[in-house]
Structures are given as structure tokens and as C-alpha cells.
Design a protein around this ligand. Structure first.
Ligand SMILES: Nc1ccn([C@H]2C[C@H](O)[C@@H](COP(=O)(O)OP(=O)(O)OP(=O)(O)O)O2)c(=O)n1
Length: 157
């Protein structure tokens, strides 16, 4: 399967399959170890950072950027995504499922009523509030989600 597809949406599953095929065709499974993929991912995050380096804050939507700059940005974002998808696959983690579960954990850690309009870390929110009685419930609920899963190492609540 080659060529750039122009279709609207893509699933993580599809990206996973395409990366697996890409590696298989090149006999690169031998190189796609967890550690190698992690280092490649971090390298690509570095390349992504370089695009923003020294520019200061930039407005959302990057209205002043040239098409080529945005295309380059898309390429670096894609490298990060592709290595992340591949790393998850090689580690036997269902990334979509893990991400949905993490969203649930996040929602519990950051209840709207405590966090609206504030960018504080959850540890500071909990320290600041004394009279919110949802806290222990929130922590218990988070634990509940965690204990539902075999893996508990993917989030640092
Ligand atoms: N062993 C490899 C090498 C590359 N790729 C894929 C995943 C990335 O999407 C892309 C990374 O390719 P490069 O290492 O050539 O990095 P760049 O595309 O960023 O090029 P450059 O570093 O020249 O800017 O290719 C891969 O899956 N496995």
C-alpha cells in the first residue's frame, strides 16, 4: 500500500497497520524495538520543537505562517504520531483504548467545578480546596478506573 491518501479521516488502527506494513516491507521489524522507537519519537519531538524555537508565542491557527512552514509542521507532527502509534503497537498497548481511559481519569482528576478557568495542576487544586467534599470520592473513582485495567503504569494520577 503506497501513495498519499486524500480521504477525510483516519483511525489509529489504520495508522498502526500502515506502520506495521511499512516496517515489514523493509525488514525493519528488527529495528523497531521499544527503546529504538522511543528514542526516535523523542528525536521527532525535538524536530517539532525546533519549528517553534525562538519564535516566541504564536497565535492559534498560525495565521502568519507560510504554507511550506505549515506543511513542515504537519510532517513533524506526523512523525511524532506515527512513532507513538508504532511504539504502542510494539508494546502491546491499545492506544485508542488507553487514551479514552486516560480522558476519563483526567475528567475525574480535574472536575469542572474545581478547574474551570484555572490551569493549576490537580495536586495544587486539591491542596487549595478545603471544603470540597468530592475530593475523596474523586480519588476513589480514579482508583476504580485504574483497578479496572491490567496496566496502571500509563498515568500518573
Ligand atoms: N527506522 C525507521 C526510520 C523511519 N521511519 C519512518 C517513521 C517516521 O515517520 C519517518 C522518520 O524518518 P527520518 O528518520 O528520515 O526522519 P525525518 O522524516 O524527520 O527526516 P529528517 O530527519 O531528515 O528531517 O520515517 C520508521 O518508521 N522507521
Amino acid at each position: 500500500m503506497t501513495g498519499v491518501r486524500e480521504k477525510e479521516g483516519v483511525t489509529l488502527e489504520e495508522l498502526k497497520e500502515r506502520m506495521a506494513e511499512f516496517a515489514r516491507e523493509r525488514d525493519w521489524d528488527q529495528f523497531h524495538s521499544p527503546r529504538n522507537l522511543l528514542l526516535a519519537l523523542v528525536g521527532e519531538v525535538g524536530e517539532l520543537s525546533e519549528i517553534f524555537q525562538w519564535k516566541g508565542e504564536v497565535p492559534r491557527g498560525l495565521p502568519d505562517w507560510k504554507d511550506e512552514e505549515k506543511q513542515h509542521l504537519g510532517e513533524e507532527l506526523s512523525d511524532v504520531l506515527l512513532y507513538l502509534v508504532r511504539l504502542s503497537d510494539i508494546c502491546g498497548v491499545d492506544l485508542g483504548k488507553a487514551a479514552l481511559r486516560k480522558l476519563e481519569i483526567n475528567a475525574i482528576k480535574y472536575p469542572v467545578k474545581l478547574c474551570k478557568g484555572s490551569s493549576k495542576k490537580h495536586t495544587h487544586i486539591n491542596a487549595d480546596k478545603n471544603n470540597f467534599n468530592g475530593d475523596s470520592g474523586s480519588a476513589a473513582a480514579t482508583e476504580g478506573i485504574r483497578s479496572d485495567s491490567k496496566s496502571s503504569s500509563d498515568a500518573d494520577v
